[in-house]
Design a protein around this ligand. Structure first.
Ligand code: ATP
Length: 363
């Protein structure tokens, strides 16, 4: 059977365990040897106990857990060729030529680069006599299937990334909890949610929680946002509403690119409306807790599809990323999606928000 390794890299997200579980079980079911690589690329560079064979029961009882049981990390060594050379040796030693990477666009970019270099890395290992000619031939091609684990839903080519739905559940639970106390004391609450370049969490949470106002990076606030917001808030109070909820995405700005923070919003409300106003920063709570049913099933389906893609790959197959299109787990060319995602990030960075929204909409 083929050698497959699965690893999680970059920021963790709920549902990664379901994906890991599906890869292991689908791989074993199809007769493969499946390995865990722990702590992301660092485990691949270090080898040893960070690369262990998985069995059917090593993924029992993990589907309901948030985060990733095999650990995730950011790894400087893998950014250097020397690190990737070590990683290649560790893979060849174990007969692994298929990688399932679960991470963000950085992790997927690293995987693509690794595959491009694979031949030359093997040549170098052969010249150094770290592998033999038979291994050079047998393990000549590296196959890659990616999945996107991210709570931000910021990847082009997929309707949802693994973890977004669970993060939304956390946010909604927190808002619901706060609405009760806000109602009792007639308070205004400002909730800061994650999403540095992508307002998906803030926007959807606002829609699902009857928020009065939302600030997202893609739609910078007009320069007189203070006036507009205060007008809206007082309208709501005057019509009998006992509380106000405002959601601020951590990457929100005004049209001049000035950041809009929860504390700033609070000051505006207190100074102008004299409302009893509190700030809640949700932070890492959003990454925590159990994955939702949606993320569990998403991880399962994507994991199974990733293994199928690797089973069907030949020497010429390009790396793919498994994404969600409507209700289907499909395969798309990995680097095309990464490039589109980067183009959106670049447009956001250079404050060309119309272009960013257009590019994201097209994908
Ligand atoms: P998140 O969206 O949570 O930030 P990410 O996968 O984009 O996830 P990064 O920190 O960008 O997170 O990348 C994770 C790891 O992938 C890096 O620490 C590094 O080891 C590897 N990596 C990223 N980009 C490259 C690259 N261009 N070349 C080699 N390795 C890379």
């Amino acid at each position: 059977g083929k050698g497959i390794a699965v690893f999680t890299s970059g920021g963790d997200s709920q549902g990664m365990n379901a994906a890991v579980r599906a890869v292991v079980r689908m791989g074993i079911y199809l007769g493969c040897k499946v390995y865990f690589i722990k702590e992301g690329y660092q485990g691949m560079v270090d080898g040893g106990e960070n690369m262990v064979e998985a069995n059917w029961s090593s993924v029992s009882c993990i589907i309901h857990k948030g985060g990733t049981i095999i650990g995730s990390a950011r790894c400087q060594d893998f950014r250097e060729r020397q690190g990737r050379l070590k990683a290649a040796k560790n893979l060849v030693d174990r007969g692994i030529t298929n990688l399932v990477v679960i991470g963000g666009d950085g992790s997927l970019t690293g995987a693509d680069l690794f595959r491009q270099e694979w031949s030359s890395l093997l040549d170098e290992l052969l010249a150094m006599k770290q592998i033999n000619a038979e291994q050079r031939q047998k393990y000549r091609s590296l196959h890659i299937a990616g999945m996107v684990g991210s709570i931000d839903n910021d990847f082009c080519g997929t309707d949802m990334t693994i973890g977004t739905d669970s993060a939304l559940h956390r946010i909604i639970e927190a808002i619901d909890a706060i609405v009760c106390t806000a109602y009792s004391h007639q308070r205004t609450f400002i909730m800061e949610v994650m999403g540095r370049h992508c307002g998906y969490l803030a926007l959807v949470a606002a829609g699902a929680s009857e928020a009065d106002y939302v600030f997202i990076p893609e739609d910078p606030a007009p320069l007189d946002w203070q006036v507009k917001m205060c007008k809206k808030l007082s309208q709501e109070r005057n019509s009998g509403q006992r509380l106000n909820i405002i959601i601020v995405s951590e990457g929100a700005t005004d049209r001049n690119g000035q950041p809009i923070t929860a504390e700033q919003v609070k000051k505006v409300i207190v100074d102008n409306l004299n409302q009893d106003t509190r700030v809640t920063v949700l932070g890492h709570v959003q990454r925590g807790g159990s994955p939702s049913a949606f993320d569990r099933i998403l991880g399962c389906r994507m994991g199974a599809e990733a293994v199928m893609a690797l089973m069907e790959a030949d020497d010429n197959t390009e790396p793919c990323v498994v994404t969600l299109d409507g209700n289907q787990a499909i395969r798309l060319p990995l680097m095309e999606c990464v490039k589109k995602t980067k183009a959106v990030a670049d447009a956001m960075h250079s404050k060309n928000f119309e272009l960013a929204v257009e590019l994201r909409g097209k994908s």
